[in-house]
Write a protein that binds this ligand. Sequence first.
Ligand code: AMP
Ligand code: MG
Length: 416
Amino acid sequence: MSQALSQQDNLFLSVSEVQERIINDIKAIDGTERVDLRHALGRILATDVTATINTPPCDNSAMDGYAFNSNDINDQDTLTLKVTGQSFAGHPFTGEIASGEAIRIMTGAQVPVGVDTVVMQEHTETADENTVKITTIPKPFANVRKAGDDLITGQTFLARGKKLSPTDLAFLATQGIAEITVKRRLRVAFFSTGDELRSIGETLSEGEIYDSNRYSIYGLLKNMDIDIVDMGVIRDDRQAIEEAFKTASSVADAVITSGGVSVGEADFVKETLGKLGQINFWKIAMKPGKPLAFGTLGKSLFFGLPGNPVSVIATFYQFVQPALKRMKGQDTVLPLVIKVKTTELLKKRPGRTDFQRGILEQSDTGELTVKNAGIQASHVLTAMSRANCFIVIPAESGSIEAGEMVDVQPFEGLIG
Ligand code: AMP
Ligand code: MG
């Protein structure tokens, strides 16, 4: 390797270095809004939420059966009690219960004062409606769900930064909470650059291709519940680019472009960015990917992604998605990584971190394995489309033999 090349190599940053540089600098947006419970699904909680009532609010039965006092349990195999009342869900028993007495009780019905144990009806016999014979004696306090088992008044049960799941909506509903404060939605503007690009609906001339990156970026942002501003294709023209950057940064929290950041690209993209904002141009030791521009453009964050379609998706997952999650105020931001066995040889040369397109599968015995999704080239969407994960192979690693363990990042939505 020539001296010049090896010096250039030293300028390469690792994936994790770039992730740290990007994520550490980003603050969550301040804006919040009140939304009703249903509209809170998938939104990011802006405040901690504290219980104002116990859940369950009262001791209640986990079974249909009979409630009685555990003091009545003696050393006999069976126990016969007098049935003096009933407690149904929503219709509690209000009388007194003496020793030797039981009440009929249903699941979810309040367990009244004076009793502490429920026997399921399958463990009883009833000769008449006033008498119950317990044939299998339960342990004292069995089948009673205590008040506050789930939440106790004053307890913080959801933390700021949580992305609200269907379960969380139910959790909030148990507290009677109708409205909640969430972070406002992020707004992201994006456009593609390149004189070779045509938007779908237009006719391709010689040497032109359809702009596909705007569609992957659209989908990736939509999956993150982000408001989008699609600004189309901007020609490689100084004035058009400058205007696009200005408009984008004035309407959005973040601006994403694809193409035009690699070495040899028309310099005015860099020149314009230099004029309008504070942008770093990085070379990252990753494949696909490599060039990435990141910084601020007015009040917006700016991400200049590479042009190749697979590189766009790979760099979005590694850098843009974590950054936008952080901006949204979300608590976890980096992609989940799991270790699984590869069933195939994964070819690689040492030097850069590979994000190979993989297919994560489950064998008959439940073991997770991964295999190659197809041709690994940054302009080939076929393997990317088939893939459900990235296989992450460390920079220094060479090829991985079949049967070895590898790191895998399942795509968002595949797990969780
Ligand atoms: P660039 O980074 O501008 O040099 O682009 C690298 C490669 O990605 C070139 O082959 C471009 O034609 C291609 N490319 C750039 N932008 C897009 C886009 N929006 N859609 C599809 N391909 C693109
Ligand atoms: Mg270009």
